[in-house]
Design a protein around this ligand. Structure first.
Ligand code: CO8
Length: 246
């Protein structure tokens, strides 16, 4: 069944939800309305106790997301821009802190805010037609939806300096070589592969998956000693579940 608001389509199959960002004529650029609908959809899916994995993709065959909506940003003053970045970061954090694994199926352009959205996901699969770039510095701005932070954490600082300072566009294979995507898939097989990956995760113990995501994600912000404490708590937590007892 496909449901949802016009700008976000949601399809649930078994324990996996697929969310499609749906502004194909504008290459799924993130305007405020789309971000608000995305936020609302994430809040709703978070409450669905049947779900185990979320997949995010873009509508059409050209773009995952071609960035924040350039037209909407054009006339912002300093304060409005900062507020917009804060709003965008809040939505990206809803993905980052989503209690289930989130897979980005990057089906085309992932530019600026679109690259940042993909980076907020836990796992990224790219079609062989996908490309990635941070065009912001060419537009007189910095990334504003988490790119400076998440790219550097994912690849180390030098790649982040390179991609953000040059704005160069990379193809899926280079993104894979840089550790930015898990795999490159022929375009017509991308979603099948994303469903397969999601299903393989959905078969594992849900509390173990949730706690593993939390420990990996939150551990990155901590010292090793603090992170290991987090892991001990996560490990203990699993011993109250049927999946561990069976
Ligand atoms: N915003 C709004 N509309 C867009 C965007 C965008 N980011 N990208 C594409 N579109 C629209 C085009 O305007 C066009 O609309 P129309 O048909 O009405 O003219 C339609 O999508 C199709 O695009 P093109 O005709 O340009 O298609 P091409 O195949 O010629 O080119 C490209 C495709 C290369 C992807 C080109 O569209 C492009 O360069 N787009 C802009 C990409 C970009 O610079 N993105 C980064 C934006 S900055 C950003 O994301 C910052 C995030 C942090 C925000 C911080 C808050 C303050």
């Amino acid at each position: 069944p496909i449901s949802g608001m016009d700008l976000i389509l949601t399809e649930v199959k078994g324990q996996v939800a697929l969310m499609t960002l749906n502004r194909p004529k504008e290459l799924n650029a993130l305007n405020r309305q789309l971000l608000e609908d995305l936020s609302e959809t994430l809040s709703r899916l978070k409450e669905d106790s049947k779900l185990r994995v979320l997949i995010i993709t873009g509508a059409g065959d050209r773009a995952f997301v071609a960035g924040a909506d350039i037209g909407e940003m054009a006339d912002m003053d300093r304060n409005q821009a900062e507020m917009f970045a804060r709003f965008g970061n809040r939505v990206m954090n809803q993905i980052h802190y989503f209690p289930l694994p989130v897979i980005a199926a990057v089906n085309g352009f992932a530019l600026g805010g679109g690259f940042e959205l993909a980076l907020a996901c836990d796992l990224r699969l790219a079609s062989d037609k996908a490309s990635f770039a941070f065009p912001e510095t060419g537009l007189g701005i910095t990334p504003g939806f988490g790119g400076t932070q998440r790219l550097a954490r994912q690849t180390g600082p030098m790649t982040a300096f390179d991609l953000i300072m040059t704005g160069r566009r990379i193809k899926a294979q280079e993104a894979k070589d840089l550790g930015l995507v898990l795999d490159v898939i022929p375009a017509d097989l991308l979603l099948d592969r994303a469903w397969d990956l999601a299903s393989s995760i959905a078969q594992k113990a849900p509390v173990a998956i949730r706690e593993a995501k939390r420990a990996i994600r939150d551990g990155l912000d901590l010292t090793l000693t603090e992170g290991l404490t987090l892991e001990e708590v996560a490990f203990g937590c699993c011993f109250e579940t049927q999946d561990q007892k069976k």
